[in-house]
Design a binder for this molecule. Structure first.
Ligand code: ATP
Ligand code: MG
Length: 317
């Protein structure tokens, strides 16, 4: 019996050097069919290099990437028909329209019939089909970029920072497009600096730092396995609330809006703090208790928490 490959992508001990710089350092992971796999990491971590080796644009220094059962360095021609790519910082022809652009790209894949109007609809550009690229806003340009990546009805789609620089609404519109791709069973490799995006869309995230994968798994599991606290926020204009919390041995942080944030270990701590505030006769208008988010895990793991971490805890970690 022949063995069926269940992974759409297998990355095995992948390394990429640029002269003395080790941009990708011996990384291995697998991606399942239909999965949204997000690569996260600080600037220069090696995300684009990794993605562009997977999608045949760059050549590895060592290691092996197998995509749809094929070696990416040996089968570039066969692979390129079956994948779609939105490169980081995508740009297109300035003076041709959305429809003309998609018609042009679809001609590059001769023999494949592209449903240009269907693509325009999918990325919600129907009203802009006759608009030239130079007149499109950033969000619309990114959506055109995604449509170009889909012109050959690919099985695997690589999207390198599809929402960077977009306003919150435009970003959510792109998220909807990505969710649509997932529903269609496409495998999506995504890079992003927006943790909320990864938390919402990705089945698996890999955090990459200095060319190495430092954590990998479903976002919920990464959060659970790497944090042991809750974040309590108290809305209060009463300065004595801060004093009460501080006196209890916690390390509260005061935000611009007079919100007091504090890391606590258990819900018991929340009750203790609230009781102490009541006993002191201090006042608060509202409170919120939440689990840590992926952003906090990311900052902790990539060692950048020192600068940005704004939620105090109890004692030193
Ligand atoms: N063609 C190249 N030649 C030399 N160095 C390169 C080349 N491409 C990337 N690098 C370097 O390799 C490292 C990884 O770059 P890469 O673009 O993969 O990072 P990234 O994680 O995508 O970063 P960003 O979040 O800024 O997009 C960086 O130090 C970068 O300067
Ligand atoms: Mg990049």
């Amino acid at each position: 019996m022949t063995e069926v490959t269940e992974y759409v992508i297998e990355v095995d001990k992948l390394t990429k050097r640029y002269g003395d710089l080790l941009a990708v350092n011996d990384i291995s992971f697998t991606v399942n069919k239909g999965e949204v796999f997000a690569l996260l990491g600080p600037n220069g971590a090696g995300k684009t290099t990794t993605v562009e080796i997977m999608d045949t644009i760059r050549t590895p220094t060592s290691g092996k990437v197998t995509l749809l059962g094929m070696d990416v360095t040996k089968n570039k021609h066969d692979i390129v028909h079956r994948i779609g790519v939105l490169p980081q910082g995508f740009s297109s022809f300035d003076r041709i329209t959305v429809r003309e652009t998609l018609q042009y790209y679809s001609r590059l894949f001769s023999g494949m019939k592209s449903d240009v109007d269907g693509l325009i609809e999918l990325v919600n550009l129907k009203d802009k089909a006759k608009e030239q690229y130079k007149n499109l806003s950033g969000g619309l340009r990114q959506r055109l970029g995604i449509a170009i990546a889909l012109v050959n009805n690919p099985e695997v789609v690589f999207l390198d920072e599809p929402t960077t620089g977009l306003d919150p609404r435009a970003r959510r519109e792109v998220w909807e497009v990505l969710q649509g791709l997932k529903k269609k069973g496409k495998t999506v490799i995504l890079t992003t600096h927006y943790m909320e995006e990864a938390e919402l869309l990705a089945d698996t995230v890999a955090i990459i730092s200095k060319g190495e994968i430092i954590a990998m798994g479903p976002p919920g599991e990464l959060i659970k396995n790497n944090t042991n606290y809750l974040v309590l926020t108290l809305q209060s204009g009463d300065e004595s609330v801060f004093g009460v919390v501080h006196k209890m041995g916690f390390e509260p942080v005061l935000s611009n809006h007079k919100d007091i944030k504090v890391r606590v270990e258990h819900t018991d701590d929340v009750l203790k703090i609230l009781n102490a505030i009541r006993d002191a006769g201090a006042l608060y208008r509202g409170l919120d208790v939440r689990n840590p988010n992926l952003e906090e895990v990311f900052l902790k793991m990539t060692g950048e928490a020192l600068l940005v971490d704004s939620v105090g805890g109890k004692g030193k970690e």
